[in-house]
Every structure is written in C-alpha cells, then in structure tokens.
Design a protein around this ligand. Structure first.
Ligand SMILES: [Zn+2]
Length: 290
C-alpha cells in the first residue's frame, strides 16, 4: 500500500510540475480505453487515468469531469459507443478545477448545451481559465475558460430524472474541490456510491500559505468528512486512486461480485491520503536540522 501511495504522489507531483497540457506523463494518463457500465446507471467514459463518469437518467444525463482539453473526443466516442447521446447530457459537474479534469469543459458545454454546476471557489478559477488558481495560476490561462451556470452550495442535492447527488465540499487539493454521494440499484440491490475529489497535496505549502491560508484546516476537515462516509463503491478523479484498470479488467472477466464494490478500498484510500497529508504538514512544521 505504501508503495502504491508513493507511486501516486510521484505521478501527481510530476504532473503538477508540468503545467503544459500534454507532458509525457499527461499523455500516459490520457490514453483511450473502452467505456463500460460501472454499476447501476453509472458508466465509465474517461481515459486510461483521468476519469469521466456518465450518470444516465430518463430525463437526460449528468457528466462528471471532462479530462484534458484533449480528452473530449474520447468522451464523445465513449458515450456514443455505450449507446447514449452526448446532446442528452443536461448537467456538467467537476471534481476540481485542475487542467486534467476541467480542460475540456468549455468544449463539452458547447457540444452538449448542458448547465455547468460548480462550487464557488472553483467556479471563479474556471471562469478565468485557471489564472486565479493558488498553485497553477499566473498571467497566462492554464486551460480554456468556461462560464459556470450555477454555483453550488455545500450539502445541496442535484436531482435529475430520479437520480440525486448530494454535494459535499472537500477543499484542500483546490479551494473548491467537490465530492458527491448517490444511491444506485444494481441486480436488485441498493449501493451507496461516492465520487471522491483528489486528496493529494502536490508540493503545496501547507503551513502559512499566503495564497491559501486555510489550506491545512480545509484538508483536515475534508478528511474528517470523508471518514464518515461509508460508500460501497468509490470513484475518484484518477484511476490510480481506486485501481480502475484492475477493477475494469475483473469486471470484464465477469466472475464474482462487482469489483467496484470495495468499502475496504475506500477506507484504505482515505487513511493513506490523510497520513501523507499529516506527514507533510508535520515535516513542514519541523525545523530542519543542520
Ligand atoms: Zn488536481
């Protein structure tokens, strides 16, 4: 497990260091893969590692995350392959406003005409193309800017065609990082599903960060909130956080219970991420020995 977390941290640190949209690492996370039904009315339509989820309803669909600007053609093809229409997407949601998850939202909004619903802090970042992001921001846009149609409030419910998603603000990784929970029915049984935001700390300054003074408190509260959830299925912004490739292969092989039902994997993820946050914070607060 430690090796796994280390791998994830290294992967995301590298990605964080290279703001350019398609570094080698970015390309590795953005390879086309087969779309598939995950559980209930939730479908995987993303790339090899940057995720995108389609939640279908009789009244139109919800799409979480666009991937990179360059992921959009894959999402478009994946939705069609599963027999759905991209134009039927009515609501666009976002895990957090980093270019590998929101880069394609402007294009997807154009293609679908859907309403984009985002937390207030990440909405501001989306609308200026990432310039105001506390970490990646600067003079130049990081991704195509996109207008947000509605600013979400913590705890609100997003409802469409019999599906409802509860909004849980989980800031830290970005000021407006957001998670959701929903219930699905599959094979006559009900399951609780959590869409979980990124929880890594990249190489952020966690103590006394003038650009985000409450960052450490936000992370701490986010972990507290996520520890209370007891999802059967958890789906995250990057495949490596929940063994997407391995679970998808098992699901394809067809034997046994749905591998995405993994409550223990959720607890392991949250505990591992919390520990790496706490270790980082502690290290920052400990004066270096000369
Ligand atoms: Zn991120």
């Amino acid at each position: 497990m430690n090796k796994f977390i280390l791998f994830v941290l290294i992967l995301l640190c590298l990605s964080g260091a290279a703001v350019a949209q398609q570094s080698e690492n970015d390309r590795a996370m953005n390879r086309p893969v087969e779309p598939f039904p995950i559980i209930g009315n939730i479908y995987y339509v993303g790339a090899s590692d940057v995720t995108s989820y389609l939640i279908t309803t009789p009244k139109g669909h919800i799409l979480i995350d666009s991937g990179y600007e360059e992921t959009v053609p894959q999402i478009k093809a994946n939705v069609a392959k599963l027999g759905f229409k991209l134009e039927d997407v009515k609501i666009l949601l976002l895990n957090h406003a980093h270019y590998d998850h929101c880069g394609g939202l402007a294009e997807l909004k154009k293609l679908t005409g859907a309403r984009l619903l985002v937390s207030p802090p990440d909405a501001s970042v989306l609308e200026d193309g990432g310039r105001s992001d506390f970490y990646f921001g600067g003079d130049k846009p990081v991704f195509p800017a996109v207008k947000v149609d509605e600013r979400l409030t913590d705890g609100q419910t997003i409802a469409l065609g019999g599906t409802s998603l509860k909004v849980i603000f989980t800031p830290g990784h970005t000021k407006g990082a957001t998670s959701w929970t929903t219930d699905v029915t599959d094979g006559g049984r009900k399951y609780k599903v959590a869409f979980v935001s990124s929880l890594t700390t990249l190489d952020y300054k966690l103590a006394d960060n003038p650009k985000y003074p409450e960052i450490a408190a936000d992370y701490a509260r986010t972990f507290q909130r996520l520890e209370k959830l007891k999802p059967d299925v958890f789906l995250v912004s990057h495949g490596v956080f929940f063994d997407l490739t391995e679970k998808a292969a098992k699901l394809r092989a067809g034997a046994g219970p749905n591998p995405f039902i993994d409550p223990a994997g959720y607890r392991t993820l949250i505990a591992g991420m919390k520990k790496s946050f706490e270790d980082r914070l502690k290290k920052e607060k400990t004066p270096e020995k000369k």
